[in-house]
Design a protein around this ligand. Structure first.
Ligand SMILES: [Zn+2]
Ligand SMILES: [Zn+2]
Ligand SMILES: [Zn+2]
Length: 138
């Protein structure tokens, strides 16, 4: 017969780090200790964070080392970012407010951490691990 996993919260049993000096009752025997552990209430394995993919109409710029790649598009003196969703490109000199323009297409962002996803099909956010089982808006 397979024994079921029993997960306990050690912090609830031993406040602070588990060190011999932290044991409150110096008369506690190993048997007492075993009983305490055996009788500890079990806890849930993981606290699942729930999120959802939210539709975003903002452009999703190609990045370079985490920063918007403002040299993805270059043409003479003009240079600027390119959206990986709709392909639109802007010149940072001629259109400094490029980030405020709306994307012709859309992508999704994690409601918990803002991680982008082109399709929003992933069941878990690859960045924060949220379970994407909330209603998708859009
Ligand atoms: Zn320009
Ligand atoms: Zn776009
Ligand atoms: Zn996330």
């Amino acid at each position: 017969m397979a024994t079921e996993k029993r997960l306990i919260d050690v912090n609830a049993l031993f406040p602070g780090k588990l060190l011999a000096v932290n044991i409150k009752n110096p008369m506690e025997t190993v048997e007492d200790l075993m009983n305490r552990i055996n009788n500890a209430p079990t806890v849930e394995a993981v606290e699942v964070v729930h999120g959802r993919w939210e539709k975003s109409k903002r452009h999703l710029w190609y990045k370079d080392d985490g920063e918007i790649d403002e040299y993805r598009y270059t043409s003479g003196f003009h240079n600027g970012p390119v959206c990986m969703v709709c392909g639109a490109h802007f010149c940072v000199h001629c259109e400094p407010n490029y980030d405020e323009t709306e994307c012709y297409d859309h992508h999704y962002i994690c409601s918990m951490c803002g991680e982008p996803s082109l399709e929003g099909h992933e069941n878990y956010c690859p960045n924060c691990g949220a379970k994407m089982d909330g209603d998708r808006n859009g």
